[in-house]
Structure formats: structure tokens, C-alpha cells
Design a protein around this ligand. Structure first.
Ligand code: GLU
Length: 447
């Protein structure tokens, strides 16, 4: 059988066994496309049920999350934890609280996490979880009550050596605090390493908050420098205005770029003179406000609640909002207007069509599982600090993050070359991430 028909065989089976999960199909399809190059060279990866095992989560937990809102009404949400692969270490990956969360979304994120975590070079398996809870408009007390109910079930399934959740969309420092408090109460143990993204006064790591955004910019910096370019003087568009976007924008501006646009789910701000990061942080982090609130407080910016942030002419695009936010049309517009570099700060923000356009138009493209691995990598550094009851300085932790991102870039670049796809960081990331997990799975037997 040809490799193409082998890949198609795997993919058809996945479609049949996992109906109604388009994001999961999309994530698997992208990885399988890259694995073609591996299976042609090393046929043993096509044996031992390896690929079938890799696309089947080790465990999927779905649970009811009942809680009482501020008006006394009982609310029922659905909680998830997909423990995808623990070959390289305890399951590791974030929790997402967003109304769009369903099993397919959690599976796509968990699947991506396996390869991302493998690329960091640190001993962490892949998982993801969350709930279809919408924190928007909820009071602090409601968020706490929800987190406590969510953890009342989740605590049975996690642990320092078992599964270590963290944040993602809708889950930040506040939520991790409530989740940790409830875990501690239920287990009657102070198990610091059970969650990452903790507060700095109780086991958290410096740089964890900034890590995903900073890491994405460090990766992009490597990609630019491989093309003899720099951030200095570049125009950068960053979609989103959450944790990843804010710190990507901050680092890009520190390196001399001008962040000319940022967005949220209601609209985007065009700021030709750059973003005032301190004000943005105040609006988003302290006041939990919107981009329109930011726009109302600064001069010479335009706020639009229609159209697309990708219509703006830019040099570097950093999609840092959510999955499939940048499609083929947007990719064409970016290419037509001279954008040369795209790096995914979010998980799978570019559709398969968009990635195709980037490849055809010679745009340098960094896939999320490589470019946004800095967050989870710094989570693993937080686990190291917890295990040794130590805490590192900002400078030291940032240096570690920088070197991890640079190693990931080198790994992606050399792997892409090894498989005759120079500059194709998608292929490089997928193959390098896959091979490490695959080799360990083969060594550990059929389990
Ligand atoms: N949610 C983040 C990610 O997508 C971080 C996960 C973690 O720190 O465990 O990688």
C-alpha cells in the first residue's frame, strides 16, 4: 500500500470513530500529512498500532458541574479532562472555560499538546480539559463556586505524578487559585506540583504569566533571524488581548517592533503608533474590560466592530486569540499586503487553507505547537521548582525559556531539512514531536 493510502486509511478510521469533532479531525489530519515523510523513510513507525494508539486518548473524563449562581438558580455545566498520552511524563495541559468547549475541542487541544510538550524536551505527557462555562459577566463569587464544583470531581483524576492541569482561555491566576484551594481542602495535602500557573506567593513561578507570549516572540525572533530579519522596526499585528496576546505584544515592542493592532471577540483596535501595554494591562487584567474601553482612553487609534484585523497591512502576524480565527481569505489578504511572517500564539488559529496559502506564497509560518510551547515549558519549570521546593529569579527563568524556544526552533528547522522540507516548520514540529513520543511508546510496549 502506498503511504498516501496508508495515511488515508488512518484518517478515514479517525473520521468514523470520532464523528462530529471537526477540530480534532483537522489537528490529526495536519499531523498525518507530516508523518507521510516519516513513514516513507522509517516503516517501523507504521507498525505496532503506534499511530492508532497515538490518536486514541488514554482516558477521557466527562462530568457534571452543578453550581448555584448569585440569583440562587442551579446551573449545570459539563466538565472535561482528556488524558491523551503519558508516555513522556505525567499528563500536562491547560483547562479552558469557554461556552464553545466540547469534547472535540478538548481532544484537538489534547492531541496538539502531546507533540508540543514533547518538543519542549521536558518530561511531560499531553492532556487538556475544561468546561462549557462562560466566565464573562459572572461575579467573582460565581467563578469561585464554579471552580470549587469543577475541582470536586477533577481532584480524583489529577496529581503531581498523574496529571497537572494549568490555565488556558478563561482560566488564569484567579481560577487556578480557587481550583488549588479546593484541591488542597479535598485531599488535605499541600501538593504544590498538582497545578501550574499558581500565584507567586504560594508556589507559582516567575515568568509563567508572560511565558506563552514571550515564547512565541522568541520563536518568531529565531525565524526572522534565519531569514536575516529582526523585530526592530517591524509592524506587528497581534490578534486577541488575553494573556498570550498581551505578553506577545509587550515582548515584540521591547524588541523594537510596533504592535499596530489587537482585538477581542467584539472588534479590533488599529493603533499605527503602537499599543500602550501598561494601559492595556490595566484595562484587561485589573478592570476585566474590553478593547473598546482601551480605545476610548487613547488618541490616534480606531476601533472597529466589523471587518477583520487581518485586513490591516502588516509585516508580522501573531494570531493569539483562538482556533480557526485566520482563514484562507485572510491569509491571502495578508500575503497580498506584504506580510512575510506568521507565528501562532494560540492553538491552531490558522485554518488548513490559510497554512496552504502561506506555503504557496512563501510566508514563513510557525505552527502553534512549536511557537506557543513556552507556556507549558514554563509550567514544567514551575513543576521543577515545586519538586525542589525552590523558586528561581525572573532573569534565570526567562533565560531558560529563551533557550527552550531556541532549541525548539533548531529542532523544527533541522528536522524539516532532514526530511527534505527546508523551512517547513509544520513538518519539522510534527515529525520531531512525534518521533520522541513514538520511540518512547515503542520502548514501553503495547499499553
Ligand atoms: N494552555 C497552555 C497551552 O496551550 C498551557 C498549558 C500548561 O501550562 O500546562 O499549552
Amino acid at each position: 500500500m502506498s503511504v498516501d493510502s496508508t495515511i488515508k486509511g488512518y484518517y478515514d478510521k479517525i473520521l468514523n470513530r470520532n464523528p462530529g469533532e471537526p477540530e480534532f479531525h483537522q489537528a490529526v489530519h495536519e499531523v498525518l500529512q507530516s508523518l507521510k515523510f516519516v513513514l516513507t523513510k522509517d516503516a517501523h513507525y507504521d507498525d505496532f498500532g503506534l499511530i492508532e494508539r497515538m490518536v486514541e486518548p488514554e482516558r477521557q473524563i466527562i462530568f457534571r458541574v452543578p453550581w448555584v449562581d448569585d440569583t440562587g438558580v442551579v446551573q449545570v455545566n459539563r466538565g472535561f479532562r482528556v488524558q491523551f498520552n503519558s508516555t513522556l511524563g505525567p499528563y500536562k495541559g491547560g483547562l479552558r472555560f469557554h461556552p464553545s468547549v466540547n469534547l472535540g475541542i478538548v481532544k484537538f487541544l489534547g492531541f496538539e499538546q502531546i507533540f508540543k510538550n514533547s518538543l519542549t524536551g521536558l518530561p511531560i505527557g499531553g492532556a487538556k480539559g475544561g468546561a462549557d462555562f462562560d466566565p464573562k459577566g459572572r461575579s467573582d463569587r460565581e467563578v469561585m463556586t464554579f471552580c470549587q464544583s469543577f475541582m470536586t470531581e477533577l481532584h480524583r483524576h489529577i496529581g503531581e505524578y498523574r496529571d497537572v492541569p494549568a490555565g488556558d482561555i478563561g482560566v488564569g491566576g484567579r481560577e487556578i487559585g480557587y481550583l488549588f484551594g479546593q484541591y488542597r481542602r479535598l485531599t488535605n495535602e499541600y501538593e504544590s506540583g498538582v497545578l501550574t500557573g499558581k500565584g507567586l506567593k504560594w508556589g507559582g513561578s516567575l515568568v509563567r504569566t508572560e511565558a506563552t507570549g514571550y515564547g512565541a516572540v522568541y520563536f518568531t525572533q529565531e525565524m526572522l533571524s534565519a531569514d536575516k530579519q529582526r523585530f526592530d522596526g517591524a509592524r506587528v499585528t497581534v490578534s486577541g488581548s488575553g494573556n498570550v496576546a498581551i505578553y506577545a505584544a509587550q515582548k515584540a515592542q521591547e524588541l523594537g517592533a510596533t504592535v499596530i493592532a489587537m482585538s477581542d471577540s467584539s472588534g479590533y483596535v488599529h493603533a499605527p503608533d503602537g499599543i500602550n501595554i501598561e494601559l492595556l494591562k490595566d484595562v484587561k487584567e485589573r478592570r476585566r474590560g474590553r478593547m473598546s474601553d482601551y480605545a476610548a482612553e487613547v488618541d490616534r487609534v480606531t476601533y472597529r466592530d466589523s471587518g477583520s484585523i487581518w485586513d490591516i497591512e502588516t509585516d508580522v502576524a501573531l494570531p493569539c486569540a483562538t482556533q480557526n480565527e485566520l482563514d484562507g481569505e485572510a491569509a491571502k489578504t495578508l500575503a497580498d499586503q506584504g506580510c512575510r511572517y506568521v507565528a501562532e500564539g494560540a492553538n491552531m488559529p490558522c485554518t488548513a487553507d490559510a497554512v496552504d496559502v502561506f506555503r504557496r506564497r512563501g510566508i514563513h509560518f510557525a505552527p502553534g505547537k512549536a511557537a506557543n510551547a513556552g507556556g507549558v515549558a514554563t509550567s514544567a519549570l514551575e513543576m521543577q521548582q515545586n519538586a525542589s521546593r525552590d523558586s528561581w529569579s525572573f532573569g534565570y527563568t526567562d533565560k531558560r525559556l529563551r533557550s527552550i524556544m531556541s532549541n525548539i526552533f533548531q529542532t523544527c528547522a533541522t528536522t524539516a531539512e532532514e526530511y527534505d522540507q527546508p523551512g517547513n516548520y509544520v513538518v519539522g514540529a510534527n515529525i520531531a514531536g512525534f518521533k520522541k513520543v513514538a520511540d518512547a511508546m515503542l520502548a514501553q510496549g503495547v499499553i
